[in-house]
Design a protein around this ligand. Structure first.
Ligand SMILES: NC(=O)c1ccc[n+]([C@@H]2O[C@H](COP(=O)([O-])OP(=O)(O)OC[C@H]3O[C@@H](n4cnc5c(N)ncnc54)[C@H](O)[C@@H]3O)[C@@H](O)[C@H]2O)c1
Length: 249
């Protein structure tokens, strides 16, 4: 058990990478707060964890709301007595170039993907300091490392996530709080299944990765687990690509 008895908040855990991470964390002995605005999916994740003998609760959160985030942290402390791990995973992707991008969509993409991490860290870090340490894992993207067409606000948000990760790592290193991020390539999530309709569309996206395929959600979750756990105890401030070689070239 790699995170036995550790308490972990995972945002966006009602679906996709967040759900897979929540299930993996619970299998590894973690107590998980499934934080999402989607109550149906969030409760499904909790049921999946509990039916496997794990521990989890659902907390309804809009990650752009300071009040919701404060409540999320308080519920965690009231339920499990401490907070060891924060995984900032909730995210959306608005696919437009700047000229076509409405200002409110720019604000929404930046708020959900980037401001949310500022907010959750702002309220989680003092609790981690009380507990003499912790680990924060932010979910960025290959588009936090390289640019991407037709996703101006998304790439800006993920570039911000990578550098916010570094700043927080520097600020809180002496408090024994490690802050890292993972940068996934394209991953076979429910979201992608809705966008890609044909095998040819899948293959075209797969071919962008030197390994010639999309990532699997568990491959991303394993990287998140590594950074969250004590296995990475001397690692802070990194952006770990998990991308089949996408950013290597
Ligand atoms: N799927 C990919 O190919 C891929 C690649 C690189 C990075 N990522 C990143 O991984 C993370 C997870 O993506 P996914 O593919 O699993 O997506 P997903 O759509 O399956 O899951 C995202 C979750 O975030 C939640 N969410 C969205 N806005 C929210 C808000 N305001 N408040 C609370 N919850 C909110 C959704 O309800 C959903 O449960 C995102 O940050 C995404 O940018 C995904």
């Amino acid at each position: 058990m790699r995170i036995s008895e550790k308490v972990a908040i995972i945002t966006g855990a009602a679906s996709g990478i967040g759900r897979t991470t929540a299930i993996l964390f619970a299998k590894e002995g973690g107590k998980v707060i499934v934080a999402d605005q989607n109550g149906v999916g969030g409760n499904e994740t909790v049921d999946m964890i509990r039916s496997d003998g794990g521990q989890a609760i659902f907390e309804r959160v809009n990650v752009t709301s300071a009040t919701d985030i404060q409540n999320m942290v308080e519920t965690t402390i009231n339920t499990y007595g401490k907070l060891n791990i924060l995984v900032n995973n909730a995210g959306i992707a608005i696919r437009l170039p700047v000229v076509d991008l409405p200002e409110e969509d720019w604000d929404r993409n930046i708020d959900v993907n980037l401001k949310s991490i500022y907010l959750s860290s702002k309220y989680a870090i003092p609790r981690m300091i009380e507990n003499k340490g912790g680990s924060i894992v932010n979910i960025a993207s290959i588009y936090g490392i390289v640019g991407g067409r037709i996703r101006a606000a998304y790439t800006a948000s993920k570039g911000g996530v990578v550098n916010l990760t570094r700043s927080m790592a520097l600020d809180y290193a002496l408090h024994k709080i490690r802050v890292n991020c993972v940068c996934p390539g394209f991953v076979n999530t429910p979201l992608l299944k809705n966008i890609l309709k044909t095998p040819e569309e899948y293959q075209a996206l797969a071919d962008l990765h030197p390994m010639g395929r999309l990532g699997d959600m568990l491959e991303i979750a394993q990287g998140i687990l590594y950074l969250a756990s004590d296995a990475s105890s001397f690692v802070t401030g990194i952006a770990l690509p998990i991308d089949g070689g996408y950013t290597a070239g």
